[in-house]
Design a protein around this ligand. Structure first.
Ligand code: FA5
Length: 375
């Protein structure tokens, strides 16, 4: 810095000449404009606005000027520094915006990409749906009952009024664990239960009436695996034994079930059928929950869910045969009861438009995942 000008003589300071200040300003502006990153801008900032920058040094020279020249020089340097600060702030804002845009692109996360982390498991939709159905009956006061999957032939067939020559007892329908009744001189063979109905007999023998039970469980038949059959599947059995029960109670109970599961405007219908353990017996259908019957005779609005039948087959039902009541120690003069049994796989198929039952049993998580993480 030059020595103070005590004599008040005009002094020519090179660094304070207007053209010098202008050059310093323009060099600073050019350096900021050329900075292509925030780091480069920081370097230019130090070089052109720092304590040893040309403009800062020029500013210090003002002190050496005679008083009458100080104001003009101060104004000149001040304007130049103001322009430099403004340009610096402007470039800073531009580069920060560029950085933010780049970061948003470079660090964007594609949330649809599959990721490596092990996914939390969830229960199979068959299990959760079976429990949901059972819950409908639990909320009506029914008790959940269980029975063995490896079952005595007596419970699976005899107690349920299947005659010894009933076709269901044949090897081609039933998995025998120990030979059919009589083959080895045994009282009763041992089977993989072919339905959940033996739990009816077990429940009546275990409990005093009234009996209200719901039994979800796995059953086995020698059916080939195809789009609508599997050799291992699930059923839900319902049994109510009390004084004065009629088919009207059965139908009312089933209407409540379909309304709980499919909507309040649902209803059921009965078609005559035969089961050895119920009399009378019926097949129960529910109104198609998709078309509500409007597709019947209406070729313009075909329904895939019910094949335009208007109704969907639910399962078998009827009033418990008095012979079964007697075999299970219940007085048929005092008590009557109804029973109902249906397949969970078939119900899950039409409820969720599953076209092939094999998808349910093959264990591919791409089938189960859309059902969510219900646990
Ligand atoms: C029975 O098993 C009777 N126990 C039902 C019953 C209970 C009637 C109480 C009266 C009183 P059925 O053989 O029709 O009935 O089988 C019932 C349901 O099991 C069928 O409607 C069907 O949904 C399902 N089902 C039968 N075989 C298979 C199979 N191989 N794969 C998947 N589901 C099946």
């Amino acid at each position: 810095m030059s020595a103070p000008n005590k004599s008040y003589d005009p002094v020519e300071v090179e660094a304070l000449k207007p053209e010098a200040i202008e050059r310093m300003r323009d060099e600073a502006l050019a350096a900021f404009a050329a900075a292509d990153s925030l780091d480069a801008l920081q370097e230019a900032k130090v070089a052109h606005t720092g304590g040893t920058s040309p403009l800062a040094l020029a500013n210090r020279e003002i002190g050496a000027l005679p008083p009458q020249a100080k104001a003009a020089a101060g104004k000149l340097v001040g304007q130049a520094r103001g322009a430099v600060s403004k340009a610096l702030a402007g470039r800073q804002t531009e580069l920060e915006a560029e950085r933010d845009t780049r970061v948003l692109v470079e660090e964007a996360v594609d949330v649809t990409l599959p990721y490596d982390r092990a996914r939390a498991g969830a229960r199979h939709p068959l299990t959760t749906f079976m429990e949901r159905v059972a819950d409908v009956f639990v909320s009506m006061g029914y008790e959940v009952a269980e029975g063995p999957e490896v079952e005595a032939e007596w419970f699976n067939f005899d107690a349920l009024n299947f005659t010894p020559d009933h076709p269901a007892r044949q090897m081609q329908d039933t998995f025998f664990v120990e030979g059919p009744k009589g083959t080895a001189g045994d009282e009763s063979g041992v089977v993989l239960r072919t339905h959940t109905s033996p739990v009816q007999a077990r429940s009546m023998l275990d409990r005093e009436p009234p009996v209200y039970i719901v039994c979800p469980g796995r059953v086995y038949r020698t059916d080939e695996l195809d789009a609508t059959h599997t050799p291992v599947f699930h059923q839900i059995e319902l049994l109510a034994i009390d004084e004065g029960l009629t088919m009207a109670d059965l139908k009312g109970t089933m209407d409540h079930m379909v309304q709980s599961l499919f909507g309040s405007d649902m209803k059921t219908r009965l078609r005559p059928n035969y089961f050895p353990f119920t009399e009378p017996s019926a097949e129960m259908d529910m109104l198609c929950y998709v078309c509500k019957g409007t597709s019947v005779g209406n070729p313009d609005r075909p329904c895939r869910t019910c094949s335009s039948e208007g109704w969907i087959e639910l399962g078998g039902c009827g009033m418990v045969n008095p012979r079964v009541l007697v075999a299970c120690g219940v007085d048929p003069e005092k008590y009557s009861g109804f029973a109902f049994g249906f397949g969970i796989e078939r119900m899950l198929m039409f409820r969720h438009n599953v076209e092939d039952m094999r998808d349910m049993v093959e264990g591919d998580v791409r089938f189960t995942r859309p059902f969510g993480m219900e646990i």
